[in-house]
Design a protein around this ligand. Structure first.
Ligand SMILES: *Cc1c(COP(=O)(O)O)cnc(C)c1O
Length: 377
Protein backbone atom coordinates (compact mmCIF):
# COMPACT_ATOMS: atom_id res chain seq x y z
CA UNK A 1 0.00 0.00 0.00
CA UNK A 2 1.31 3.48 -0.84
CA UNK A 3 0.42 5.49 2.28
CA UNK A 4 -1.08 8.97 2.10
CA UNK A 5 1.76 10.33 4.24
CA UNK A 6 4.92 9.02 5.86
CA UNK A 7 7.18 10.78 8.40
CA UNK A 8 10.86 10.76 7.53
CA UNK A 9 14.35 11.55 8.80
CA UNK A 10 16.18 13.89 6.47
CA UNK A 11 19.59 13.23 8.01
CA UNK A 12 20.73 15.01 11.17
CA UNK A 13 17.54 14.82 13.29
CA UNK A 14 18.90 12.17 15.68
CA UNK A 15 22.32 13.84 15.87
CA UNK A 16 20.70 17.13 16.89
CA UNK A 17 18.44 15.45 19.43
CA UNK A 18 21.55 13.88 21.00
CA UNK A 19 23.23 17.30 21.02
CA UNK A 20 20.21 18.83 22.74
CA UNK A 21 20.40 16.19 25.47
CA UNK A 22 24.18 16.64 25.81
CA UNK A 23 23.69 20.42 26.21
CA UNK A 24 22.01 19.67 29.53
CA UNK A 25 18.65 21.28 28.68
CA UNK A 26 15.80 19.71 26.75
CA UNK A 27 12.95 21.79 28.16
CA UNK A 28 11.69 24.79 26.20
CA UNK A 29 13.78 27.59 24.68
CA UNK A 30 17.01 25.60 24.52
CA UNK A 31 19.72 25.74 21.87
CA UNK A 32 17.67 24.35 18.97
CA UNK A 33 14.53 26.36 19.72
CA UNK A 34 16.66 29.51 19.39
CA UNK A 35 18.10 28.21 16.11
CA UNK A 36 14.60 27.63 14.76
CA UNK A 37 13.57 31.17 15.78
CA UNK A 38 16.67 32.60 14.06
CA UNK A 39 15.91 30.59 10.94
CA UNK A 40 12.36 31.86 10.60
CA UNK A 41 13.12 35.47 11.53
CA UNK A 42 16.15 35.52 9.22
CA UNK A 43 14.60 33.84 6.20
CA UNK A 44 11.15 35.41 6.24
CA UNK A 45 11.64 38.65 8.17
CA UNK A 46 8.96 38.00 10.80
CA UNK A 47 9.36 40.57 13.63
CA UNK A 48 9.37 37.76 16.16
CA UNK A 49 8.71 34.03 16.12
CA UNK A 50 7.96 31.66 18.98
CA UNK A 51 8.01 27.88 18.65
CA UNK A 52 4.87 26.27 20.08
CA UNK A 53 3.80 22.70 20.73
CA UNK A 54 1.45 22.83 17.71
CA UNK A 55 -0.24 25.18 15.26
CA UNK A 56 -3.35 24.65 17.38
CA UNK A 57 -1.50 26.15 20.35
CA UNK A 58 -0.20 29.04 18.22
CA UNK A 59 -3.83 29.77 17.27
CA UNK A 60 -4.87 29.61 20.92
CA UNK A 61 -2.11 32.09 21.75
CA UNK A 62 -3.39 34.33 18.93
CA UNK A 63 -6.90 34.28 20.40
CA UNK A 64 -5.57 35.28 23.84
CA UNK A 65 -3.31 37.98 22.36
CA UNK A 66 -6.21 39.52 20.45
CA UNK A 67 -8.16 39.62 23.74
CA UNK A 68 -11.09 37.74 22.27
CA UNK A 69 -13.96 37.92 24.78
CA UNK A 70 -17.35 36.21 24.99
CA UNK A 71 -19.64 37.87 22.46
CA UNK A 72 -16.86 38.98 20.12
CA UNK A 73 -17.39 37.75 16.58
CA UNK A 74 -14.64 35.99 14.64
CA UNK A 75 -14.99 35.22 10.93
CA UNK A 76 -13.49 31.85 9.96
CA UNK A 77 -13.71 29.82 6.74
CA UNK A 78 -16.09 26.86 6.99
CA UNK A 79 -13.68 24.70 5.02
CA UNK A 80 -10.77 24.39 7.44
CA UNK A 81 -9.26 22.31 10.20
CA UNK A 82 -11.14 22.49 13.49
CA UNK A 83 -8.33 24.36 15.29
CA UNK A 84 -8.75 27.52 13.16
CA UNK A 85 -12.19 27.89 14.76
CA UNK A 86 -11.81 26.06 18.08
CA UNK A 87 -9.03 28.36 19.32
CA UNK A 88 -11.52 31.26 19.26
CA UNK A 89 -14.46 29.19 20.54
CA UNK A 90 -12.34 28.49 23.64
CA UNK A 91 -12.34 32.23 24.42
CA UNK A 92 -16.11 32.43 24.04
CA UNK A 93 -16.15 34.01 20.58
CA UNK A 94 -19.17 33.78 18.36
CA UNK A 95 -17.94 32.10 15.18
CA UNK A 96 -19.27 33.27 11.83
CA UNK A 97 -18.35 31.03 8.90
CA UNK A 98 -17.39 32.34 5.46
CA UNK A 99 -17.42 30.39 2.21
CA UNK A 100 -14.63 29.29 -0.14
CA UNK A 101 -13.94 30.65 -3.60
CA UNK A 102 -15.90 28.82 -6.29
CA UNK A 103 -12.77 27.43 -7.98
CA UNK A 104 -10.54 26.74 -4.96
CA UNK A 105 -10.95 26.09 -1.23
CA UNK A 106 -9.49 29.41 -0.02
CA UNK A 107 -11.86 31.83 1.67
CA UNK A 108 -13.57 34.33 -0.62
CA UNK A 109 -13.38 37.99 0.34
CA UNK A 110 -16.81 38.53 -1.23
CA UNK A 111 -18.36 36.22 1.38
CA UNK A 112 -16.40 37.77 4.28
CA UNK A 113 -17.50 41.37 3.63
CA UNK A 114 -21.23 41.00 4.44
CA UNK A 115 -20.43 39.12 7.67
CA UNK A 116 -18.63 42.04 9.32
CA UNK A 117 -20.54 43.72 12.15
CA UNK A 118 -19.51 46.18 14.89
CA UNK A 119 -18.75 43.11 17.07
CA UNK A 120 -16.30 41.55 14.60
CA UNK A 121 -12.88 41.39 16.21
CA UNK A 122 -10.88 39.11 13.92
CA UNK A 123 -10.81 37.42 10.54
CA UNK A 124 -8.99 34.10 10.28
CA UNK A 125 -7.71 33.16 6.84
CA UNK A 126 -6.34 29.73 5.92
CA UNK A 127 -3.91 29.35 3.03
CA UNK A 128 -5.26 26.03 1.82
CA UNK A 129 -2.68 23.66 0.32
CA UNK A 130 -0.06 26.36 0.99
CA UNK A 131 -1.58 28.57 -1.72
CA UNK A 132 -2.21 32.19 -0.65
CA UNK A 133 -5.66 33.63 -0.12
CA UNK A 134 -6.17 36.93 -1.97
CA UNK A 135 -4.80 38.95 0.93
CA UNK A 136 -4.80 42.58 -0.29
CA UNK A 137 -8.61 42.95 -0.41
CA UNK A 138 -8.94 41.02 2.87
CA UNK A 139 -6.36 43.23 4.61
CA UNK A 140 -8.01 46.38 3.21
CA UNK A 141 -11.44 45.24 4.41
CA UNK A 142 -10.04 44.43 7.87
CA UNK A 143 -8.22 47.75 8.10
CA UNK A 144 -11.39 49.65 7.16
CA UNK A 145 -13.30 48.00 10.00
CA UNK A 146 -10.52 47.94 12.60
CA UNK A 147 -10.45 44.13 12.60
CA UNK A 148 -7.29 42.02 13.11
CA UNK A 149 -6.30 39.31 10.64
CA UNK A 150 -4.82 35.99 11.75
CA UNK A 151 -3.23 33.80 9.08
CA UNK A 152 -3.54 30.08 9.68
CA UNK A 153 -0.45 29.28 7.62
CA UNK A 154 -0.25 25.71 8.95
CA UNK A 155 0.27 24.37 5.42
CA UNK A 156 2.02 27.41 4.02
CA UNK A 157 5.71 27.28 4.93
CA UNK A 158 7.92 28.88 2.27
CA UNK A 159 5.01 30.14 0.21
CA UNK A 160 4.30 33.70 -0.91
CA UNK A 161 1.61 36.23 -1.84
CA UNK A 162 2.85 38.79 -4.38
CA UNK A 163 6.38 38.15 -3.11
CA UNK A 164 5.49 38.51 0.60
CA UNK A 165 5.94 35.41 2.81
CA UNK A 166 2.72 33.83 4.04
CA UNK A 167 2.37 34.22 7.78
CA UNK A 168 3.81 37.77 7.57
CA UNK A 169 0.70 39.54 6.27
CA UNK A 170 -1.78 39.45 9.17
CA UNK A 171 -1.13 40.71 12.70
CA UNK A 172 -0.26 37.10 13.60
CA UNK A 173 0.56 33.98 11.59
CA UNK A 174 0.63 30.36 12.70
CA UNK A 175 2.52 27.36 11.27
CA UNK A 176 2.41 23.61 11.86
CA UNK A 177 5.15 20.99 11.89
CA UNK A 178 2.75 18.09 12.33
CA UNK A 179 4.01 14.96 10.59
CA UNK A 180 1.69 15.58 7.63
CA UNK A 181 3.19 19.00 6.76
CA UNK A 182 6.17 19.82 4.50
CA UNK A 183 8.72 20.05 7.33
CA UNK A 184 7.93 18.08 10.41
CA UNK A 185 8.68 17.56 14.08
CA UNK A 186 5.96 15.04 14.94
CA UNK A 187 3.87 17.68 16.66
CA UNK A 188 5.03 21.29 16.65
CA UNK A 189 4.11 24.79 15.61
CA UNK A 190 5.20 28.40 15.39
CA UNK A 191 3.62 31.76 16.13
CA UNK A 192 4.84 34.56 13.85
CA UNK A 193 4.24 37.99 15.35
CA UNK A 194 4.08 40.77 12.78
CA UNK A 195 2.78 43.55 15.03
CA UNK A 196 5.61 44.15 17.53
CA UNK A 197 3.03 45.36 20.05
CA UNK A 198 2.17 41.72 20.74
CA UNK A 199 5.68 40.42 21.42
CA UNK A 200 5.98 41.10 25.14
CA UNK A 201 2.60 39.61 26.03
CA UNK A 202 3.13 36.63 23.69
CA UNK A 203 6.23 35.61 25.66
CA UNK A 204 4.22 35.75 28.89
CA UNK A 205 1.23 33.79 27.52
CA UNK A 206 3.59 31.09 26.21
CA UNK A 207 5.25 30.73 29.64
CA UNK A 208 2.13 29.94 31.69
CA UNK A 209 1.30 33.60 32.23
CA UNK A 210 4.65 34.35 33.86
CA UNK A 211 7.34 36.85 32.94
CA UNK A 212 9.96 34.11 32.98
CA UNK A 213 11.38 35.13 29.58
CA UNK A 214 12.15 38.63 30.89
CA UNK A 215 13.71 37.04 33.98
CA UNK A 216 16.06 34.87 31.89
CA UNK A 217 17.13 37.95 29.94
CA UNK A 218 17.91 39.70 33.24
CA UNK A 219 15.24 42.36 32.73
CA UNK A 220 13.51 41.61 36.05
CA UNK A 221 15.06 40.13 39.19
CA UNK A 222 12.29 37.64 39.90
CA UNK A 223 9.47 36.20 37.91
CA UNK A 224 5.84 35.67 38.75
CA UNK A 225 2.30 35.28 37.53
CA UNK A 226 1.40 38.39 35.53
CA UNK A 227 -1.30 37.31 33.00
CA UNK A 228 -3.21 34.26 31.77
CA UNK A 229 -1.36 31.76 29.64
CA UNK A 230 -0.48 28.13 29.29
CA UNK A 231 2.46 25.86 28.56
CA UNK A 232 2.74 26.56 24.86
CA UNK A 233 6.50 26.08 24.43
CA UNK A 234 7.84 22.79 23.06
CA UNK A 235 10.67 20.63 24.30
CA UNK A 236 14.02 21.38 22.67
CA UNK A 237 13.88 17.79 21.33
CA UNK A 238 11.05 18.89 19.03
CA UNK A 239 13.05 21.89 17.84
CA UNK A 240 16.16 19.73 17.33
CA UNK A 241 14.21 17.44 15.01
CA UNK A 242 12.70 20.42 13.20
CA UNK A 243 15.99 22.26 12.78
CA UNK A 244 17.50 19.31 10.91
CA UNK A 245 14.63 19.62 8.46
CA UNK A 246 14.80 23.42 8.18
CA UNK A 247 18.48 23.20 7.24
CA UNK A 248 17.38 21.09 4.27
CA UNK A 249 14.30 23.09 3.37
CA UNK A 250 15.48 23.74 -0.21
CA UNK A 251 16.05 20.04 -0.88
CA UNK A 252 12.75 19.04 0.72
CA UNK A 253 10.81 21.68 -1.21
CA UNK A 254 12.49 20.79 -4.50
CA UNK A 255 11.54 17.14 -4.08
CA UNK A 256 7.93 17.93 -3.18
CA UNK A 257 7.62 20.35 -6.11
CA UNK A 258 9.00 17.68 -8.45
CA UNK A 259 6.40 15.16 -7.25
CA UNK A 260 3.62 17.75 -7.51
CA UNK A 261 4.68 18.56 -11.08
CA UNK A 262 4.74 14.85 -11.97
CA UNK A 263 1.13 14.55 -10.83
CA UNK A 264 0.21 17.68 -12.79
CA UNK A 265 1.93 16.48 -15.98
CA UNK A 266 0.26 13.08 -15.75
CA UNK A 267 -3.24 14.34 -14.98
CA UNK A 268 -3.68 17.80 -16.53
CA UNK A 269 -4.94 16.53 -19.89
CA UNK A 270 -6.99 13.54 -18.74
CA UNK A 271 -8.70 14.53 -15.47
CA UNK A 272 -10.80 17.41 -16.90
CA UNK A 273 -12.26 15.01 -19.51
CA UNK A 274 -14.00 13.31 -16.56
CA UNK A 275 -15.12 16.57 -14.97
CA UNK A 276 -12.28 16.39 -12.43
CA UNK A 277 -10.60 19.70 -11.57
CA UNK A 278 -6.90 20.12 -10.76
CA UNK A 279 -5.48 22.45 -8.08
CA UNK A 280 -5.78 26.17 -8.81
CA UNK A 281 -2.77 28.43 -8.11
CA UNK A 282 -3.73 32.08 -8.82
CA UNK A 283 -1.15 34.49 -10.33
CA UNK A 284 -0.63 36.23 -6.99
CA UNK A 285 0.30 32.98 -5.20
CA UNK A 286 3.17 30.50 -5.18
CA UNK A 287 2.81 26.75 -4.86
CA UNK A 288 4.81 25.21 -1.98
CA UNK A 289 3.72 21.72 -3.04
CA UNK A 290 2.06 21.01 0.27
CA UNK A 291 -0.76 19.09 -1.38
CA UNK A 292 -1.94 17.64 -4.67
CA UNK A 293 -5.72 17.50 -4.67
CA UNK A 294 -8.43 16.77 -7.22
CA UNK A 295 -12.00 18.05 -7.15
CA UNK A 296 -14.41 15.42 -8.44
CA UNK A 297 -17.75 16.30 -10.06
CA UNK A 298 -19.71 14.55 -7.29
CA UNK A 299 -19.47 12.65 -4.03
CA UNK A 300 -20.22 9.41 -5.95
CA UNK A 301 -17.27 9.92 -8.30
CA UNK A 302 -14.99 10.74 -5.40
CA UNK A 303 -16.06 7.61 -3.51
CA UNK A 304 -15.42 5.48 -6.60
CA UNK A 305 -12.01 7.11 -7.06
CA UNK A 306 -10.95 6.60 -3.42
CA UNK A 307 -12.16 2.97 -3.50
CA UNK A 308 -10.55 2.30 -6.88
CA UNK A 309 -7.24 3.71 -5.64
CA UNK A 310 -7.48 1.62 -2.48
CA UNK A 311 -8.09 -1.55 -4.53
CA UNK A 312 -4.85 -0.73 -6.37
CA UNK A 313 -2.76 -0.16 -3.26
CA UNK A 314 -3.06 3.64 -2.98
CA UNK A 315 -4.32 5.44 0.11
CA UNK A 316 -5.98 8.70 -1.01
CA UNK A 317 -8.06 10.73 1.42
CA UNK A 318 -10.77 13.38 1.47
CA UNK A 319 -10.41 16.46 3.68
CA UNK A 320 -12.44 18.77 5.91
CA UNK A 321 -16.12 18.43 6.65
CA UNK A 322 -17.64 21.95 6.67
CA UNK A 323 -17.41 23.23 10.24
CA UNK A 324 -20.79 25.03 10.16
CA UNK A 325 -22.55 21.65 9.89
CA UNK A 326 -20.28 19.78 12.34
CA UNK A 327 -21.90 18.00 15.32
CA UNK A 328 -20.49 20.66 17.67
CA UNK A 329 -21.57 23.69 15.66
CA UNK A 330 -24.66 22.76 13.62
CA UNK A 331 -27.17 24.08 16.21
CA UNK A 332 -25.14 27.30 16.67
CA UNK A 333 -24.96 28.11 12.96
CA UNK A 334 -27.12 30.95 11.61
CA UNK A 335 -28.55 28.75 8.87
CA UNK A 336 -26.85 30.36 5.85
CA UNK A 337 -25.93 27.85 3.19
CA UNK A 338 -22.20 27.68 2.49
CA UNK A 339 -22.22 25.84 -0.82
CA UNK A 340 -18.62 25.98 -2.03
CA UNK A 341 -17.28 24.67 1.27
CA UNK A 342 -19.85 21.84 1.15
CA UNK A 343 -18.79 20.98 -2.38
CA UNK A 344 -15.10 20.73 -1.39
CA UNK A 345 -16.15 18.61 1.61
CA UNK A 346 -17.93 16.19 -0.72
CA UNK A 347 -15.72 16.25 -3.80
CA UNK A 348 -12.08 16.97 -2.89
CA UNK A 349 -9.55 14.13 -2.68
CA UNK A 350 -5.85 14.34 -1.79
CA UNK A 351 -3.22 12.11 -3.38
CA UNK A 352 -0.18 10.72 -1.51
CA UNK A 353 2.58 13.34 -1.38
CA UNK A 354 5.56 12.98 0.95
CA UNK A 355 9.32 13.39 0.74
CA UNK A 356 10.13 9.70 0.32
CA UNK A 357 7.44 8.98 -2.29
CA UNK A 358 9.34 7.61 -5.31
CA UNK A 359 8.82 8.64 -8.94
CA UNK A 360 7.58 5.09 -9.62
CA UNK A 361 5.01 5.28 -6.81
CA UNK A 362 3.90 8.71 -8.01
CA UNK A 363 3.43 7.33 -11.54
CA UNK A 364 1.50 4.36 -10.17
CA UNK A 365 -0.85 6.74 -8.35
CA UNK A 366 -1.54 8.91 -11.40
CA UNK A 367 -1.87 5.88 -13.72
CA UNK A 368 -4.41 4.42 -11.31
CA UNK A 369 -6.35 7.70 -11.08
CA UNK A 370 -6.65 7.74 -14.89
CA UNK A 371 -7.60 4.07 -15.06
CA UNK A 372 -10.32 4.43 -12.42
CA UNK A 373 -11.72 7.61 -14.00
CA UNK A 374 -11.87 5.92 -17.44
CA UNK A 375 -13.58 2.83 -16.10
CA UNK A 376 -15.94 4.38 -13.60
CA UNK A 377 -16.74 7.89 -14.71
C1 LIG B 1 -2.50 20.98 10.31
C2 LIG B 1 -3.37 22.17 10.44
C3 LIG B 1 -3.66 22.74 11.67
C4 LIG B 1 -3.26 22.12 12.98
O1 LIG B 1 -1.90 22.00 13.15
P1 LIG B 1 -1.35 21.23 14.46
O2 LIG B 1 0.10 21.58 14.43
O3 LIG B 1 -1.63 19.78 14.22
O4 LIG B 1 -2.04 21.77 15.62
C5 LIG B 1 -4.41 23.89 11.73
N1 LIG B 1 -4.88 24.46 10.61
C6 LIG B 1 -4.64 23.93 9.39
C7 LIG B 1 -5.17 24.63 8.19
C8 LIG B 1 -3.88 22.77 9.27
O5 LIG B 1 -3.66 22.25 8.06
Amino acid sequence: MIPFNKPYLHGRELVYIAQAVASGKISGDGLFTKRCHDFFEGRYGFSKTLMTTSCTDALEMAAILLDIQPGDEVIVPAFTFVSSANAFALRGAKLVFADSEPDNPNVSVATIAPLITPRTKAIVVVHYAGVACDMDPILALAERHGVRVVEDAAQAIDSYYKGRPLGSLGALGTFSFHETKNVIAGEGGLLAINDPGYIHRAEIIREKGTNRSSFFRGEVDKYGWVDIGSSFLPSDIVSAYLFAQLENLEVIQARRKSLWQQYWNALAAEAPKHGVQLPVVPDYATNNAHMFYLVCPSLEVRTRLINGLKANGVHAVFHYLSLHSSPYFADKHDGRSIPNSDRFSDCLVRLPLFYELTDEQCAHVSDTVIQVLREAC
